[in-house]
Design a protein around this ligand. Structure first.
Ligand SMILES: NC(=O)CC[C@H](N)C(=O)O
Length: 304
């Protein structure tokens, strides 16, 4: 039996005093306030056991990690129809690049780059009665935690500086791949990204992707086939132009966010979440990637 607590303690101690901790994102001014020294790890095993170390209980901005949760809700509504509006190929580009979108006539490469996530947001704006509140309720339900909330300061901060996302949404609109108003869709998207959660809440939310679509309260939200597709997209597209590196080093489906969080999972086995706000040049948590590489190497657990 692997002593998971011992493994994550060792990784934590190995990396806590690393000299290079990356750079905290500041293109969303509110995120620049994060402390680079924060570091937490949380592991949720499918058998019900949980293990944690460091700042696992401090809430942070989940940013792009939210794209997977939004995608799961959109897939529950649309199933295969969603793939008429967004593709499933890795882009090999940074999360906010626009050039491929124009080349490919307004069909984003995948739902985890910003343009694709904005199409997913458009679907949810069309499908939900009170989009922001209903999506928040969905995240609370799948996490079994009614205390989760949006950080309104972060949402507002991104709204004031999110020129690139305005460009993406306008381009999508020009290609007839956005049904609602640019302002309305981006307001939803900025709130979705501004969800504030700690490592354990994220592990609980992502539990359903390791548990065949059933959340921690044993309610089925998506089918096994839909879980397969979402995990495949996380593996191939979850880290933008570093997806190959993440598969090579860590070997798990996962998703990062510019708030410094990373979630990764092994179906039928576990979900692991790391948080360290300093990012590498590709926009993924520098220490989080190293922690997960050490975890799958030490425990011999990966999809490969
Ligand atoms: N990679 C990320 O976490 C980016 C999310 C951020 N809200 C953006 O759209 O720029």
């Amino acid at each position: 039996m692997t002593d998971f607590q011992n493994v994550i303690n060792t990784i934590y101690n190995n990396l806590k005093s690393a000299t290079d901790k990356g750079i905290v994102a500041d293109y969303i001014p509110e995120l620049a306030k994060q402390k680079k020294e924060s570091f937490g790890i949380y592991l949720k095993h499918i058998n019900g056991n949980n293990y944690h170390v460091g700042d696992w209980d401090k809430p942070f901005s989940i940013q792009s990690i939210s794209k997977v949760l939004a995608l799961s809700k959109a897939i529950a509504f649309e199933d295969k129809k969603i793939w008429e509006r967004v593709d499933v190929e890795p882009s090999g580009d940074p999360f906010n690049h626009l050039s491929l979108l124009e080349h490919e006539n307004g069909i984003p490469r995948n739902p985890l780059i910003n343009a694709g996530a904005i199409v997913v947001a458009d679907i949810l704006v069309s499908r939900l009665n009170n989009p922001k509140q209903d999506f928040l309720n969905y995240v609370r339900d799948i996490s079994g935690d009614q205390t989760i909330n949006y950080n309104l300061k972060v949402a507002k901060s991104e709204k004031l500086t999110g020129y690139n996302n305005y460009a993406a949404a306008n381009l999508l609109k020009a290609y007839n791949n956005l049904n609602n108003d640019v302002e309305v869709v981006l307001d939803f998207y900025f709130h979705q990204c501004a969800l504030e959660m700690n490592c354990s809440q994220i592990a609980n939310a992502f539990y359903m992707f390791s548990n065949r679509g059933k959340c921690i309260n044993n309610v089925a939200h998506i089918t096994l086939s839909q879980v397969k597709r979402i995990n495949a997209i996380m593996l191939t597209c979850g880290f933008y132009d570093e997806a190959g590196e993440f598969a090579f080093e860590v070997g798990l489906p996962g998703k990062s966010g510019v708030g410094g969080g990373i979630v990764a999972l092994l179906p039928d086995d576990f979900v692991i979440v790391t948080w360290s706000p300093g990012l590498n040049p590709k926009g993924n948590s520098l220490i989080g990637m190293q922690a997960l590489e050490q975890f799958t190497t030490k425990t011999n657990r990966s999809i490969f």
